[in-house]
Design a protein around this ligand. Structure first.
Ligand code: ADQ
Length: 484
């Protein structure tokens, strides 16, 4: 039953990178998805970024080359309840193990489902029977269910960009059973790491009384699907090229002039509580306190563009960080040295590449992260002859691959300060050995491999049965598919 790789691709994601978005601004993921769509011809469907009372039920259609775009406008209250409410007020903290920040309102959950139903109803008339549909992220977990209810029988895959929590955490969500039932309507569910896969499969067997076959095949409540880890990567060649080109750039010249020979430690994270920024600031302060030899010698730069400013937790975090940065600088700054540079704005990707390359330390210390692309970008941007050291939280998905990093526990502020000190003193041979180990991993799984791997597996998956009968594990096609 294997599908043709040439079937048209339909991508669904909350934000759509339309051609208007300048190439320098678009992230690696947007570029890779656009490439996949260009290769096969396709449709990119999502939210228009706009709200309007009584919005039209049909999306706005545009086309550029082989790619069509369909953008749906939402009612403002529905959009708030879907995005700030259930997606970012409930699912985001849940999946990042932050039960203290989790808020659950039935009205948000109902709006989340209604918005998914509206997206499915708007997409359905645009679909052809043999399209391959690839749904991205936690805003759209029920989309597969809704498309099936409208009669779509083609292949649908779902990729979850954030962690999948272990069952004990997941049970805190009142709607946990419905969400996993939603996953069962996809043919393929992709997660970032084997740890995430284990977490979901443990839930499936313990709570949903499903069976697990080889190759991540799952049978549950009359449906069958696969759960597989596809660690996301970056566009390593473009990033490394940008970083090399950046050596001669005006950005690099200005940066070095401002450092006046001091060592740079860099952090780049969306301003999000999952990224562990207060702990990172405290660890830097602890470094200056316990290792005075680094005072006036190291400058830390934290780039943290503001994100989800409409959610209360994010506004509180911003205030906390402003206070903390002010306190650290007030305590340690000299008339010619500011220890912590804290910036809230986004930068073009070539500028980011230049900053990564100039930094002797890359500080990636989230409390929890699906993968963390910054860790991989930092590695790709280094000068092979004189690379910097990556300090990486064990709770980032990237820690599974980047064994050459100094792995830290972000809850252990003093331990992190010790790792920063070790990194600052690390001899060049050890830096090269660790970087080589990391760079091999980054090259082994690029964003293109990730995209092609997921789509090849989705194209191979057996079409979903329209009835609810469980198909047997011993079905010959099932056996063929489960060997991989
Ligand atoms: P994010 O939580 O956004 O992604 P991350 O993987 O680090 O986290 O990706 C952030 C991207 O934004 C990086 O490419 C980075 O370069 C870029 N970026 C950050 N700050 C920037 C700035 N100031 N200017 C320009 N660009 C900036 C979610 C999950 C992650 C997962 C990704 C991909 O939370 O765990 O790795 O999706 O699946």
């Amino acid at each position: 039953m294997g599908g043709s790789v040439l079937a048209r691709l339909v991508i669904v994601s909350n934000r759509v990178a339309t051609p208007k978005e300048r190439a320098a601004k678009a992230g690696g993921l947007a570029v890779a998805l656009r490439e996949a769509l260009n290769k096969r011809g396709g449709l990119w469907f999502g939210w228009s970024g706009e709200t309007e009372v009584d919005p039209p039920a049909a999306p706005k259609l545009t086309k550029s080359g082989r790619v069509s775009y369909a953008l749906l406008t939402l009612d403002p209250e529905e959009q708030r309840a879907h995005y700030a409410g259930y997606a970012n007020g409930t699912l985001w903290p849940l999946c990042h193990y932050r039960l203290g920040a989790l808020s659950f309102r039935r009205s948000d959950w109902e709006a989340y489902r209604r918005v998914n139903a509206a997206f499915a109803a708007a997409l359905m008339p645009l679909l052809k029977a043999d399209d391959i549909v690839w749904v991205h992220d936690y805003h759209f977990i029920p989309l597969g269910t809704e498309l099936r209810a409208l009669g779509f029988e083609g292949r649908i895959g779902y990729f979850h960009h954030i962690p999948w929590p272990t069952p004990e955490v997941f049970y805190s969500l009142p709607s946990h059973a419905a969400l996993v039932r939603d996953l069962s309507h996809y043919d393929l569910v992709g997660l970032q790491t084997e740890h995430d896969v284990r977490a979901l499969l443990t839930y499936v067997s313990a709570e949903a009384k499903g069976w697990i076959g080889p190759g991540g095949v799952v049978g549950m409540q009359g449906r069958r699907f696969r759960v597989v880890a596809y660690p996301i990567g970056i566009d390593v060649d473009t990033f490394a090229r940008d970083a090399t080109a950046a050596e001669l750039s005006e950005d690099t010249r200005r940066l070095h002039a401002s450092l006046a020979g001091r060592t740079l430690a860099i952090g780049v994270d969306r301003l999000d509580y999952s990224k562990g920024l207060p702990n990172k600031f405290s660890a830097f302060e602890n470094l200056l306190e316990r290792y005075p030899e680094h005072r006036s010698e190291v400058t830390m730069m934290q780039i943290a563009p503001v994100s989800r400013g409409e959610v209360a937790e994010y506004r509180a975090l911003r205030r906390e960080l402003e206070e903390s940065a002010g306190a650290i600088n007030g305590r340690y700054a000299e008339f010619d040295w500011v220890p912590l540079r804290y910036l809230n704005k986004p930068f073009p990707r070539p500028t980011l590449a230049a900053i990564y390359r100039a930094a002797r330390l890359g500080l990636v210390t989230p409390l929890r992260d699906g993968m963390n692309l910054v860790a991989k970008e930092y590695v790709a941007a280094q000068d092979p002859k004189d690379p910097g050291v990556l300090v990486l939280s064990r709770f980032a998905g990237a820690a599974d691959e980047l064994s050459g990093a100094l792995i830290v526990n972000p809850y252990d502020v003093e331990g992190m300060a010790e790792a920063f000190d070790l990194a600052l003193r690390m001899p060049r041979e050890e830096r090269i050995a660790r970087w080589t180990e990391n760079m091999d991993k980054v090259k082994a799984c690029t964003i293109h491999d990730w995209c092609d791997g997921f789509l090849a597996d989705l194209a191979k998956s057996e079409l979903v049965a329209s009835d609810d009968e469980p198909r047997h594990v011993h079905h010959p096609a099932a056996r063929r598919r489960s060997v991989n």
